[in-house]
Design a protein around this ligand. Structure first.
Ligand SMILES: C[S@@+](CC[C@H](N)C(=O)[O-])C[C@H]1O[C@@H](n2cnc3c(N)ncnc32)[C@H](O)[C@@H]1O
Length: 209
């Protein structure tokens, strides 16, 4: 079975540098602001940042006065997050999310952090609203079909030590996965760059009654 996790252990320094030195253009141009705005529009008091990485989104939300819990499977990324503070950080794989302190949260946000084929653990209902930002499936390399792919990070500066397997899913597959975990999509955004080409897909979902 493919596993994205080893990559996030090996590549923690390169990832931290890429985010903190603002080397990922799509983030600078559109996607950081888009996910931040989507969360703040919900007027939450508490947020769970799923797959928080080195913690930029946790810190950005905390700067607005929110109580934010960041979880991530990668100990070096959580160490980096704790160094800058701003939230409560836990080393926790999605498979152990049921034990998280502070649930239910007002909002759960997953910013480019859902890579598994089976998303049931990550999508368990720990909040009333779920916000996911991901690669826009319609603007990815073909084939337009669910399946495992590999990110080599070849287009990025830095010392990337381990490729990352990740599971591509179509838009229909995203909606199906969410519905199977008890979520219904209530909003969809497509943050775009200057050329009006979508840089991501942002899904806002509510708990099914
Ligand atoms: C592309 S990074 C995004 C980090 C952060 N959300 C951001 O916007 O910068 C993906 C993150 O998801 C985390 N992740 C991937 N699979 C995970 C899992 N099964 N459990 C917990 N965290 C996971 C990785 O460790 C990594 O920090």
């Amino acid at each position: 079975m493919s596993d994205p996790v080893p990559s996030w252990l090996a590549n923690a320094p390169a990832w931290t540098a890429a985010v903190r030195e603002r080397k990922i253009r799509s983030r600078v141009v559109a996607t950081d602001a888009a996910v931040l705005a989507a969360v703040l529009e919900q007027s939450p008091k508490t947020v769970l940042d799923l797959g928080c990485g080195e913690g930029w989104l946790t810190r950005a939300l905390a700067a607005h006065g929110l109580a934010v819990t960041g979880v991530d499977v990668s100990p070096p990324l959580i160490d980096a997050a704790r160094e800058l503070g701003g939230g409560t950080f836990h080393v926790l794989p999605y498979s152990e999310l049921a034990s998280i302190e502070g649930a239910p949260f007002d909002v759960t946000v997953a910013n480019f952090s859902l890579f598994d084929e089976d998303l049931r653990a990550a999508l368990q209902p720990l909040s009333r609203t779920l916000i996911i930002q991901t690669l826009h499936p319609a603007f990815a390399e073909p084939p337009y079909a669910d399946g495992w792919r590999v990110e080599t990070f070849a287009s990025m500066e830095g010392e990337w030590r381990e490729p990352m397997p990740w599971y591509f899913r179509t838009l229909a597959s995203w909606l199906r996965a969410l519905r199977e975990s008890g979520w219904v999509v209530t909003g969809m955004r497509e943050p775009a760059g200057d050329d009006h080409r979508p840089l991501s897909l942002l899904l806002i979902a509510a708990r099914l009654p």
